[in-house]
Design a protein around this ligand. Structure first.
Ligand code: GDP
Ligand code: FO1
Length: 322
C-alpha cells in the first residue's frame, strides 16, 4: 500500500509519528508492506541565513521520525545546546532564530551538499536516511520559493513574521515568491498518481499546505488522483491548536473553522476528519460534497496520534470501498 502525506512542520510531524507507529513492521506479515512518502513544504526555507540553507519543515519531520525532536517545542533537537548561538550573541549578532549546536550540524551538512551541486531531494534523502528515517521525504520543489508575508509594517520572510516578530503584525497578503516557475521535485506527480491513500496532515492550510498546492502541477495531480484523499482539520473549536493559521486564514477571507479548511481543499478532498468539538459542522461540510468523520484530533499522546492515524486510514478504506 502506498500512502502519500502532504506535510508542514509540527502538526504534520505529530501525525506522522502516529502513522508510522500503526503501520506494522515489514516482518509482521499481516498486510501488504506500506510505503509512506511525505511531500514537505519548503516555503519556510531560508536559503542564506547566516550563510546556511535552513529547511525548517524538512528538519521538523526528519527529527520527529528519527526520535530526535525536542518534545517541548516540536522543533529542534532534544537536549541540544546553544553554545554557538551564545557566542554569536556576545559578538553582537541578532540571534532571534534559535539554532542549536547539533541542529547547526544539519544546516552545515545540507549547505555543503547543496554547494557541491546535490539537489535538495538528494540532500534530504541523505540526511533522513543517516538518521534512520524509513519514510521517503520529498521537498515539494527543488527551487527556493520563500513564503513572504505582506504586513502593515512591510514585506517579510515567513520566519521573520512568525519567530522574530511573533506573528503580531497585521497580515495583508501571503506571497509564494517564484512559485509559478517552480516545478515539483522529481517523482512527486508519479507518487500522487500511484498512491492508494492521500493524506493532508493537520498543518497550517495557508502557509504549509498552501505552498505545496501552489507548485504547478501538484493540485491538478491531486484532483486527477484515483486514491481517496483525507485531510485532518488543524482548526479545532474555532482556532488553531498552535501557530497563526487563524490570522492567515482570516487575512485570505477564509472562515476560521473546519468548514474554511474544507473550502480550501474542496476540489480534491474526499473526507475531512474534524474534532469532536466541531461535530455541529458535520452536515454543513457534507453539503459541500465532502464526507466528514468526527474524532478526537488532539494529538497529546502517542496513543492519540496512533488512534488518529488509524481513523484516517480506515476512513480512506471506507471511502474507496464506496
Ligand atoms: P508548524 O507551523 O511548524 O507547527 O507546522 P504545521 O503547519 O504542520 O502545523 C501547524 C498546524 O498544526 C496548526 O494550524 C495547528 O492547529 C495544527 N496542529 C498542531 N497540533 C495539532 C493537533 O494535535 N491536532 C490538530 N487537529 N491540529 C494540530
Ligand atoms: N520556531 C520558533 O518559534 N522559534 C525559533 O527560534 C525557531 C527556530 C527553529 C530552528 C530550526 C528549525 O528547524 C525550526 C525552528 N523553529 C523555530 C520552528 C519554525 O519556525 C516553524 O515552526 C516552522 O517553520 C513552521 O512550520
Amino acid at each position: 500500500m502506498r500512502v502519500v502525506v502532504l506535510a508542514g512542520g509540527v502538526g504534520a510531524a505529530r501525525f506522522l509519528e502516529g502513522l508510522v507507529n500503526v503501520i506494522p513492521p515489514e516482518e509482521v506479515n499481516v498486510m501488504p508492506p506500506v510505503e509512506v512518502t511525505v511531500i514537505i513544504n519548503t516555503g519556510d526555507d531560508m536559503a542564506n541565513f547566516m550563510g546556511l540553507y535552513i529547511s525548517p519543515d524538512i528538519d521538523i519531520v526528519t527529527y520527529t521520525l528519527a526520535g530526535k525532536v525536542n518534545p517541548k517545542t516540536g522543533w529542534g533537537i532534544k537536549g541540544d545546546t546553544f553554545y554557538c548561538l551564545e557566542m554569536l550573541q556576545r559578538l553582537g549578532f541578532d540571534t532571534w532564530f534559535k539554532l542549536g549546536d547539533q541542529d547547526l550540524g544539519t544546516h552545515l551538512a545540507r549547505t555543503m551538499m547543496l554547494k557541491q551541486g546535490r539537489s535538495l531531494s538528494k540532500v534530504t534523502k541523505a540526511i533522513s536516511e543517516s538518521m534512520g528515517v524509513r519514510c521517503q521525504l520529498l521537498p515539494m520543489t527543488e527551487s527556493w520559493v520563500p513564503t513572504r508575508i505582506m504586513t502593515d509594517v512591510g514585506l517579510m520572510h515567513f520566519e521573520e513574521y512568525l519567530v522574530k516578530r511573533k506573528a503580531k503584525d497585521e497580515v495583508e497578503d501571503v506571497i509564494f515568491d517564484g512559485i509559478e516557475s517552480a516545478s515539483p521535485s522529481p517523482g512527486i506527480l508519479e507518487v500522487i498518481k500511484q498512491a492508494d491513500t492521500i493524506i493532508i496532515a493537520p498543518s497550517n492550510p495557508i502557509v504549509s499546505i498552501g505552498p505545496i498546492l501552489a507548485v504547478p502541477g501538484i493540485r491538478q495531480a491531486l484532483i486527477d488522483a484515483s486514491a481517496p484523499c483525507v485531510a485532518i482539520s488543524p482548526i479545532v473549536g474555532g482556532r488553531p491548536v498552535k501557530g497563526p493559521a487563524d490570522k492567515l486564514m482570516a487575512a485570505q477571507g477564509v472562515e476560521v473553522s473546519p468548514r474554511g479548511v474544507a473550502e480550501l481543499y474542496h476540489d480534491f478532498l474526499d473526507v475531512l476528519v474534524i474534532d469532536l468539538q466541531d461535530r455541529m459542522l458535520k452536515s454543513s461540510i457534507e453539503e459541500m460534497g465532502i464526507q466528514v468523520v468526527v474524532k478526537q484530533t488532539m494529538m497529546t499522546s502517542l496513543r492519540r496520534k496512533k488512534a488518529l492515524a488509524l481513523a484516517v486510514l480506515k476512513a480512506a478504506r471506507k471511502f474507496a470501498n464506496g
